[in-house]
Each structure stands twice: as C-alpha cells, then as structure tokens.
Design a protein around this ligand. Structure first.
Ligand code: NAP
Ligand code: MG
Length: 398
C-alpha cells in the first residue's frame, strides 16, 4: 500500500510526561503506517525549553505563522516544584500563553461525543464549541481594598493631559474596588477569529454579554462584533447557510441548555473560563476535550485540552502499562492533518483525517476503552485496555 502524501509540513510541537509518550505512540501506530508524514519538529519538552532559554517555543510559534498549521503536545507549565524536579534555570512561562500571545489567537474547545456516553444535558446531540476570549477583563485587573470611608474614582489621562473622570462609589466604610480593561484591537481579533472559525466548521455563532447593565464596556463588545459581522462576514455567512446570533449572557445560558448543540459559543474571558468547565464535565471527561487556537488571520494550532497527565507518567516510569486516553491528542493530529489537507488541496489526506476520527470513535463505541471511561460509558462487553492496545485497535479499524 502506498502512503498518503503531504505537501507542506506541519509544525510539530512535542511536549512532556505521559502525553509525550502517547505522542510517539500515536505517530508510530496510527499515523506513519498510513501517511508519509511531513513535520518540522520542535521539542517543547521542559528540558529543551530550559536548554534553549525557551527560544524553542518562540521559534515554533514563528514557524507556525509561516506554515499555517501546528499540532502541539501538552506541556508542563513550571511551578516551584518543577523548578527542583527539572533543575530549571528559570520558571519559564506557559508555552500555551506564549504561543497564544504571539498568534494573537482565540482558543476553541469542543467535546468528542461518542454513543454510550450521554451528556448530562440530555438534549445535547451535537458538540458545543466554546470560544473563550483570552485577553483582559478580570484576568488583567487592578484591585484595591478600601480601608474605610473614601471616594473611589475612575480616571483616564490622555497624553495631552486631558482627563476623563467618574465617581465609582462614595464609601461610608470599608469595601473593595476593581478596575478592568479591554482593547478594541483585542476584541476585534477575537470577533474575527470567531467568525472565521464558524465558517470553517459551518456552525451558527452565538455571542452574549451583559450590555443592558454594562452600557459602555460590554456594549463595546456587542458593537465591535456587529460591525465586523456587517462589513466582513455577513455575505459569507449567508452563503454558508449559518447565522450570527447575539443575546444576553443569561439568555444564552438558558438557550444552550435547551439546544441540541452544534453551536459555536463565543464567550467573554470570564464566561469562557466558567462555561468551558461546565461543558467539559457535562460531556464526561477532560480526556475527550479538544482544543484549537485560531489566529485572526487564519493560522491554526491544534492540541488536547488536558495536561501532561503526571500521575499516569509516574506509574509509567515505574514500568506499569497505563490506560491513558489518547483521544484528544489523536483529534489534535487529525484536526491538523485535515486543515493542512484543505490548505494544500489534498483530498486523500483529508479523507484520512476523517477516517482516523471515525475509527477512534468506533473503537470506543465497540467497547474497547481506556480506564477513564469505564464508569462513564454504557456499552455491552466493555474492555479496558492500555493505551498501546487501544491505539492498535484503532489501527486495525483504519
Ligand atoms: P492533567 O494532566 O489534565 O490531569 C489531571 C487528571 O485528569 C489526571 O490525573 C487524570 O485523572 C485525568 N486525565 C487528564 N487527561 C487524561 C487522559 N488523557 N486520560 C486519562 N485521564 C486523564 O492536569 P494536571 O495533572 O493538573 O497537570 C499536569 C501538568 O500538565 C502540569 O504540569 C500542567 O502545567 C500541565 N498542563 C498543561 C496543559 C497544556 O499543555 N495545554 C494544560 C493543563 C495542564 P486520574 O489521575 O484520576 O486518572
Ligand atoms: Mg476554569
């Protein structure tokens, strides 16, 4: 059998711990036997980030901007404990944060749905994808504890010295205040990433804020989305047969709960933080959650939503075979290969990406599963296997 050819390489970002082990297994067992895989390899594993003073992360992000598609393995974000464990020179920043900042991207997350695992919300038949704005609001705030009676004001000073001022509150006693911000530039990039991705996956886009209460701040989000939609995307949405729908955040939550899914849900930063955890747990397992970073100019980086699964890695190091779920990482590969195929006009490669996802889902639905799904899935004769055997079962179906 001749292998499926590629044109442009993927940017391949390797990572850490258990997911690094799975990374290699996926390539060896279910990709390279079928595809003449072309990648440009960057080792984002913590030892190499330390050795290169994190330059490797920056290089990989720059190369992604040039080539257009990357696939990334989960990586350790160092903390104090990792400093000692890996004898690090510095507490390097989160690679995901660095890449996101460099691509100015928005993260889209959606669950992989399989028969036998019913979402807790029984009307959800199709995946709901959450797009979380990854800049500003409460995540870049300034807070002050007000110690006693005081007048709190909001002051903006322009370069020419003119000011804009508003009273926040006249405190009679102790309290708290907080200052939030966002920028037109970041909101516009978020809007464009959402509209672009909705067209990509051909799903309606829903967006909500609390503009009835926040008449300037949240209203700015609403206006920017509306303007960009009107000027740049309306015709494309009509042609694709999809809709852009704006409403209030509480209304959208009520509607999501009654929907059958198949929606791209754009969320402000805080809403996205909260709602993506709600979505992940309602759909069963973190191991079945995929994630893709999309830049406003259409550069894509695919990954799993979960981390490096440290607990399993320590077992693996002791020589135990682990039953770590590779689904989200497989879907990162299939997503990247499909996108590459579409950009390069390679129908065979696109078909392979579809078949890989289908074979993976069918493997689970036919009862061959990893340990994390044991108590979640309802299929007759389910068998828990280790990761390698799970991948071999997928290869068999492929
Ligand atoms: P985690 O790696 O997501 O794992 C947390 C727990 O969730 C695991 O112990 C496991 O539960 C379960 N789990 C997650 N993925 C699984 C899978 N594929 N198959 C089976 N079970 C799975 O989160 P963490 O332990 O908090 O973080 C570990 C490291 O990952 C940290 O160093 C963190 O910095 C990093 N991290 C990286 C990313 C990223 O690169 N995108 C994201 C998050 C965290 P059981 O132990 O009960 O089996
Ligand atoms: Mg959260």
């Amino acid at each position: 059998m001749s292998k499926i050819a590629m044109k442009t390489p993927l940017v391949e970002m390797d990572g850490d711990e258990m997911t690094r082990i799975i990374w290699k297994q996926i390539k060896d067992i279910i990709i390279t036997p079928f595809v003449d895989l072309k990648t440009e390899y960057y080792d984002l594993g913590l030892p190499n980030r330390d050795a290169t003073n994190d330059q490797v992360t920056i290089d990989s992000a720059n190369r992604t901007k040039e080539l257009g598609v990357a696939v990334k393995c989960a990586t350790i974000t160092p903390n104090a404990q990792r400093m000692t464990e890996y004898n690090l020179k510095e507490m390097w920043k989160s690679p995901n944060g660095t890449i996101r900042a460099m691509l100015d991207g928005t993260v889209f997350r959606s669950p992989i749905l399989v028969k036998g695992i019913t979402p807790f919300v029984s009307c959800w038949k199709k995946p709901i994808t959450i797009a979380r704005h990854a800049y500003g609001d409460v995540y870049k705030n300034s807070e002050i504890r007000v110690e006693g009676a005081a007048k709190a004001e909001l002051v903006v000073t322009y370069p020419d010295g003119t000011t804009d001022k508003k009273v926040i509150h006249e405190f009679a006693g102790p309290g708290v205040i907080q200052g939030l911000h966002n920028t037109d530039k970041s909101i516009a990039a978020f809007a464009r990433a959402c509209f672009t991705y909705a067209l990509d996956i051909k799903q309606d886009l829903w967006f909500a804020t609390k503009d009835t209460i926040s008449k300037t701040y949240d209203h700015r989000f609403k206006d920017i989305f509306a303007e960009i939609f009107e000027n740049e995307f309306k015709d494309k949405f009509e042609a694709a047969g999809i809709e852009y729908f704006y409403t209030l955040i509480d209304d959208v939550v009520a509607r999501i709960m009654r929907s059958e899914g198949g929606i791209l849900w754009a969320c402000k930063n805080y809403d996205g933080d909260v709602m993506s955890d709600m979505l992940a747990s309602a759909c069963g397992s973190l191991a079945m959650m995929t994630s893709v970073l999309v830049s406003p100019d259409g550069v894509y980086e695919y990954e799993a939503a979960h981390g490096t699964v440290t607990r399993h890695y320590y077992k693996y190091l002791k020589g135990e075979a682990t039953s770590t779920n590779p689904m989200a990482t497989i879907f990162a590969w299939s997503g990247a290969l499909r996108k590459r195929a579409q950009m390069d006009g390679l129908p065979d490669l696109e078909d392979f990406a579809d078949r890989l996802e289908k074979a993976s889902i069918e493997t689970i639905e036919s009862g061959t599963i990893t340990g994390d799904l044991k108590n979640l899935i309802d299929v007759p004769g389910k068998t828990v296997v280790n990761t390698e055997d799970f991948l071999k079962a997928i290869a068999e179906k492929l």
